[in-house]
Write a new protein. Sequence first.
Length: 532
Amino acid sequence: MRPSSPRRAPAEDLEDHAPMSEQTAPETAAAANAEEIFEQKRVRLEKREKLNAQGDLGGGAYPVAVPVTSTIPQIRAQWGHLEETPDTASGETAGIAGRVVFQRNTGKLCFASLQSGDGTRIQAMISLAGVGEESLAAYKELVDLGDHLFVSGEVISSRRGELSIMVQEWQIAAKALAPLPNMYAELNEETRVRQRYLDLIQREQARRNVLTRARTMASLRQTFADRGFVEVETPMLQTMHGGASARPFVTHSNAFDTELFLRIAPELYLKRAAVGGMERVFEINRNFRNEGADSTHSPEFAMLESYQAYTDYHGIADLTQALVQNAALAANVGTDREGTHVVEWADGTLFDLGGEWDRISMYGSLSEASGREITPETSVDELQALADAGGVEVHLPNHGKLVEELWEHFVIDSLSRPTFVMDFPVETSPLTRHHRSIPGVVEKWDLYIRGFELATGYSELVDPVVQRERFVQQAAEGARGDDEAMPVDEEFLRALEHGMPPSGGMGMGMDRLLMALTGLGIRETILFPLVK
């Protein structure tokens, strides 16, 4: 709403309020009560009708636009120094908009705290002298906590030194029909996850998570660009699932009348691009795996995969370390750790991602931790006996699965620094090249940070004859009941037969990368996670 004759109130008419931290939000304090929420919605709907009844003159409850000239962060950056000299006027008029997160209405003067999307706040002072009797009365009647409000007026510092807008005109930018939660009490985890918009409004950490993720993605892309990589997109709907050992989601295409699978990995298509001459290629996109959900797994997740010709799993490990360390630098922008690889987790723990990371052998570290030598020649019976003794259960056990499960049982908890675990059993890595000097082992590593697997890398298998043999082995596992085994992909084999250069490849979970940078669980690093 706009008054007919805007003017600034003289300083002697102003009645300042206590600092924001000392105030409460009375309207939202009891918002948990369902009947009260229902009643508040009813009252707000009536206000919506009154706003809309004003027609084009008042702009209604949801105007198409408001005449914003500056953002709240811009005003803070330009005029924040006024807070050092209370009761000071800038002489500049600004039009800003933000969400009302605090209100205090008195006789001749109303106070509101407006919050921008990044959480920055500024005070708005709506006075009788500034906007007139009719406009002030309308403000008191129609504006609620949670509304988006446009105000225009002079930038000042209040008597208490708070940066403020002395309002000359105001207008509802968007009417909130549902009340905000208590801005001074923490939301529980379920509410944060299911109603992320409330989390973003209320909690600084939630907003910081979004910005950290955005900076991380930008950093990854920049690191790739600096090394001559090309970003591509591959299909999410596929006629055959492959590229990883995982249970797929299945759907049906009416147009093609065929069964399709949601992508579990982009690997086989990215390798087609490598065959076609894209020697340095990567993709960041969504993958879907129809399996369990816990603190480190989500059925839908963001994935990075990259392939580089004429390198091996050692070279791709170097690349991965650079990607993560550059992401740590990006995450630290604007903090007291800027310029370092030391990240601070949500619980206050400092974790150093800098330096050269350890590289250990899977078989060697398992032998050391278990107290007995385990090699690629160790029999399934011996491994099963060790698993039974340790209470380790393995579904459809073979040598490779037993070795990996035993390694997790004996070794994983001892890893404190970022660590590349090198040289895996051939049975569990059907798309990976045989080790050049150790029979029964493939040139593969897993990167562990914070006790979970963050990324995996390979010297890629490019021999189409051996690849076919591996696919056939996987198909046999599938026939035995392994629903994570890959089928024989004839189209991929046909592409591989045209020649793929020796390459290193890597896959990294983006949500897990954010976990490594922030110390949060996976549901906090995904903006809108899938919940039951």
